[in-house]
Design a protein. Structure first.
Length: 316
């Protein structure tokens, strides 16, 4: 009996893949409004500071391939074909859905590589995929929601915390702070203050319990350069408060709102937050990102199979 081919739509934020593409990328993020020369220069400088370009495009490809491979070991009678659709860079989400439709894909499971989906920014991934699929007459898009609750995702981060603590002298642990973070959003964005904030807090609590942490905090990072009010407190302010007010000297950054090494991790944490910690005379530790780690990929695969089981009656 021939296997049924299921589309695997892997949706991610996107990144410029060359210096010449930064202007178009930034313009797309700004809904078609070109950035000022000063803003563009600032972004170009950030990319130069992390080595020229972000590794995100390569990592997203690796994640999609690894997830397809993991699903193809689970789906009895099913074959999964990966397609990458990006929010702010080619291939766009619309391009990926159109490619699936041309290839005769009638069912597709859609995974957004953003753990916390309780806000309009992340929900836009699925909205765009559904809209183009409806216009083209297919494929049927099956979303994979709430995958940050998967035990593999929790175990991945708990394991990273345990590994970091294992490198510390016992006397240092009581002055070590673990900071869970996600990308800040404008407070006016639907879902930002309520669902999105609660997802970060829920996730941090689950990981902290698995890692047997006695104390942790949550914070927001990477706020945009706009006049809007953004979610806070900012992670740099939190770091300073933990040092001056609470006496913490080692800072373990756990950016659970992201799944890959990219600008918000390699610059906003490894350069900007590290500078704050160095200024204070503390110790900076940033946990390794999931990227294509097998445990993380297994969690995504389980979540995808669960979504298929619910939508199509496929055994999970």
């Amino acid at each position: 009996m021939p296997q049924q081919t299921i589309g695997l739509l892997v949706m991610a934020y996107g990144t410029p893949t060359s210096p010449d593409a930064i202007d178009a990328f930034y313009t797309h993020i700004r809904h078609g409004q070109k950035p000022s020369d000063a803003l563009l220069q600032d972004l170009e400088d950030r990319y130069r500071a992390i080595g020229g370009m972000s590794p995100l495009a390569r990592i997203t490809n690796e994640q999609a391939d690894a997830l397809a491979a993991a699903l193809n070991t689970r789906g009895d009678g099913l074959s999964f074909k990966p397609y990458i659709g990006l929010k702010h860079a080619p291939p766009f989400i619309e391009d990926a859905v159109a490619a699936m439709q041309r290839d005769g894909i009638t069912q597709a499971v859609a995974v957004a590589l953003a753990p916390y989906d309780g806000n309009a920014s992340v929900q836009d991934y699925g909205t765009r995929a559904q809209a183009v699929a409806a216009r083209l007459g297919g494929p049927t898009i099956i979303p994979v929601p709430g995958w940050y609750r998967q035990q593999e995702f929790i175990r991945y981060w708990a394991g990273q915390i345990a590994a970091a603590f294992a490198t510390m002298p016992a006397n240092d642990i009581r002055t070590t702070a673990v900071i869970f973070s996600a990308h800040s959003l404008p407070k006016s964005m639907p879902g930002a203050i309520g669902h999105y904030r609660s997802q970060l807090e829920e996730s941090a609590q689950s990981i902290a319990q698995a890692a047997r942490l006695g104390h942790y905090v949550t914070a927001w990072q990477s706020a945009g350069k706009t006049p809007d009010a953004w979610l806070g407190p900012d992670i740099r302010e939190v770091t300073r408060d933990l040092y001056h007010r609470d006496g913490y000297r080692t800072f373990v950054y756990c950016p659970t709102g992201f799944v890959a090494d990219h600008l918000e991790v390699l610059y906003d944490l490894d350069i900007e937050c590290r500078a704050v910690v160095n200024e204070l005379g503390g110790r900076y530790i940033r946990l390794a990102m999931p990227n294509a780690a097998p445990l993380f990929i297994d969690g995504l695969a389980e979540a995808a199979m669960d979504a298929l089981a619910q939508a199509m009656g496929v055994p999970a």
